[in-house]
Ligand binder design. Structure first.
Ligand SMILES: Nc1nc2c(ncn2[C@@H]2O[C@H](COP(=O)(O)OP(=O)(O)O)[C@@H](O)[C@H]2O)c(=O)[nH]1
Ligand SMILES: [Mg+2]
Length: 353
């Protein structure tokens, strides 16, 4: 197969991947901290906290960018929704990943849910996470935290009819246990494409997160390079290259978004502009005009006729081949710059919080 066909196939594959949706289901009694927890994981307000959901009888959905949907399911084990009815009505087996959040004693209906969670995991490879939230409130005059946690674990085990399930103890108030939960979600059996959508959306709180984000950006470069070159409508004066500038600004936008670089970050980092050139670069190239300037500046360096001679792509005009490599190079260097900016923000504004 020719290089052009390989590139096209990869482009089409990525195109399809972008359409894939992933749905996270929040399950648990009202007040357990489902909204608080998902807000912490994603790093911004997805659901309002402290909203009485006792009366909620419908699912609440938030569709985020990148086809990630968070679904808040009504509680079960009520007169309105006995567990069996709840299972029938909401068909939770459809969701890709479950966060079961509780903050007190478990009930018999939880045992029925656990049976189903295990089944969906075994049969459908939909992972679940058992989260005991409000760890900051686990307290007893005569027992230490370890003993109390053990008792909670035993309660879960007896409902699960197994001793092997891990329980995540979190406190949204004290910000504990959330990082570990997040990393385990990233390491779960969720398919790669679906996982990458979570990595995209969840706010980076560690270098590991930034590395993961870098990887998903790199994975998508060919999508943009191919799309922008095959659709080469903007010849750049002075450089033998034609690209679709809109594709490049979209690519830059998506890279910034993946790294969580927004106006808030820009304001916070304003004073670092002189020290770290990446800060300036990242925010300079947000418009088509900015990108044109960038290409004029670096285009000749990236795209030499020599390169084109050695890697010919059959059926492509020279300017399109040049465009392909140019977009790829621009993407790589923009990813590096965004990584640096996100790292700077992480070290100075996130890690210290
Ligand atoms: N002490 C404590 N309170 C929490 C914690 N997480 C949430 N809350 C509080 O519990 C209440 C219900 O939280 P919310 O996230 O709305 O629960 P939901 O109904 O399950 O979505 C709110 O007042 C939160 O501030 C926690 O880890 N510790
Ligand atoms: Mg809620």
């Amino acid at each position: 197969m020719s290089l052009a066909e390989d590139l096209k196939r990869d482009y089409e594959e990525k195109f399809k991947e972008r359409e894939v949706s992933v749905k996270i289901a929040l399950i648990g009694q009202p007040g357990a901290g489902k909204s608080s927890l998902i807000n912490k994981l994603i790093g911004r307000e997805i659901f309002e906290v402290g909203v009485q959901t006792d009366t909620t009888i419908e699912v609440q959905e938030r569709k985020l960018d990148n086809n990630l949907t968070i679904v808040d399911l009504p509680g079960y084990g009520t007169s309105m929704f006995p567990i069996e009815q709840w299972l029938k009505k909401f068909q939770p087996e459809q969701y890709d990943l479950y966060l079961f959040v509780f903050d007190g004693k478990l009930h018999d209906s939880d045992a029925v849910l656990f049976d189903n969670l295990k089944r969906w995991r075994d049969e459908r490879e939909h992972p679940f996470f058992i989260v005991r939230n409000k760890e900051d409130q686990i307290w007893d005059d005569f027992k230490n935290l370890e003993q109390l946690q053990l008792e909670i674990a035993q309660d879960v085990s007896s409902k699960m009819k197994s001793f092997s399930e891990k329980i995540y103890f979190t406190s949204c108030r004290k910000n504990t246990g959330i990082e570990e939960l997040k990393q385990d979600i990233f390491n779960s059996d969720l398919p790669r494409v679906k996982k990458s959508k979570l990595i995209f959306e969840f706010k980076a709180t560690s270098k590991q997160d930034l590395d993961n984000k870098r990887q998903i950006c790199l994975d998508h470069l060919n999508y943009y390079a191919y799309g922008g070159a095959a659709n080469a409508i903007n010849p750049i004066p002075g450089v033998d290259v034609a690209v679709d500038l809109g594709v490049i600004t979209d690519m830059f936008f998506e890279i910034r978004k993946t790294f969580g670089i927004n106006e808030e970050v820009q304001t916070a980092l304003a004073k670092y502009e002189i020290l770290t050139p990446a800060v300036k670069t990242v925010f300079n190239y947000v418009s088509k005009a900015g990108v044109t300037k960038l290409i004029e500046k670096v285009g000749a360096r990236f795209v030499s006729k020599e390169l084109v001679k050695y890697v010919p792509i059959a059926g492509w005009a020279i300017s399109a081949i040049s465009g392909y490599y140019l977009i790829k190079k621009l993407g790589e260097s923009y990813i590096d710059d965004c990584y640096r900016v996100a790292e700077l923000y992480l070290d100075n504004f996130v890690a210290r919080k």
